[in-house]
Design a protein around this ligand. Structure first.
Ligand SMILES: Cc1cc2nc3c(=O)[nH]c(=O)nc-3n(C[C@H](O)[C@H](O)[C@H](O)COP(=O)(O)O)c2cc1C
Length: 195
């Protein structure tokens, strides 16, 4: 199962392109699951270290839905709107809260494939720094970051929304970067057996 986590608090551009990515994967025969931070309660990590002792997070909120889906996935998509040249605080909270998964099993994401999508209101509004933050998370957790390769999707899928859902739908280059990244992601998953 491929799990897509959308880091936008709105049902707009990032939500749209994340669902498009999952549809492309479904067309290739993959099962998918989707989670949006929109309307969810996901508190920031408090660094209380309860998880290190008890192997679960003390904050019993909507993160528990994410925990079980991450556990079951073979590939992860993280998407985010660009906020101040980086990822949203909501997606960062999701990342930080997976410390509890690492406490229970340090290899909770090891060798799973990861891809990244970033959506900015500006054409060059920090999409690549946002993607880099997601890639760093994959590297830290032992996941394998997959890009779409040179000539269009060097680090992953990047979109220019012009701050609207209509804008993102018109971003042909963005969709080209998404198709390239999804294709490489699927190719990797089809060819690698994950233990
Ligand atoms: C707090 C905040 C900070 C933002 N910072 C940036 C930015 O640094 N670069 C950029 O291109 N767009 C920035 N934007 C615009 C959003 O990235 C853009 O509208 C995006 O399409 C929002 O995604 P959504 O439609 O999925 O909510 C910012 C928006 C907000 C609310």
């Amino acid at each position: 199962m491929i799990f897509g986590i959308c880091g936008s608090p709105r049902q707009q551009a990032t939500d749209y392109v994340t669902k498009e990515a999952l549809k492309m994967l479904e067309d290739k025969g993959f099962e998918t699951a989707y989670f949006s931070v929109r309307g969810k309660k996901i508190a920031g990590c408090m660094h209380c270290d309860y998880c290190l002792r008890e192997k679960e997070c003390i904050q019993k909120d909507d993160m528990y839905e994410v925990y079980s889906l991450i556990k079951d996935c073979e590939g992860l998509i993280m998407s985010s709107p660009c906020y101040n040249g980086g990822i949203s605080a909501q997606l960062k909270a999701v990342m930080d809260r997976t410390r509890a998964m690492g406490a229970a099993d340090i290899d909770f994401l090891r060798n799973k494939a990861g891809m990244a999508i970033a959506v900015g209101g500006d054409r060059a509004g920090g999409q690549e720094p946002a993607i880099q933050q997601i890639i760093n998370y994959y590297v830290l957790t032992g996941a394998i970051p997959i890009s779409g390769g040179s000539w269009g999707a060097n680090l992953g899928a990047t979109f220019w929304s012009k701050d609207t859902i209509e804008g993102v739908k018109e971003d042909e280059e963005g969709f080209r970067s998404l198709r390239k990244t999804v294709n490489k992601f699927a190719e990797f998953l089809e060819n690698v057996e994950i233990e």
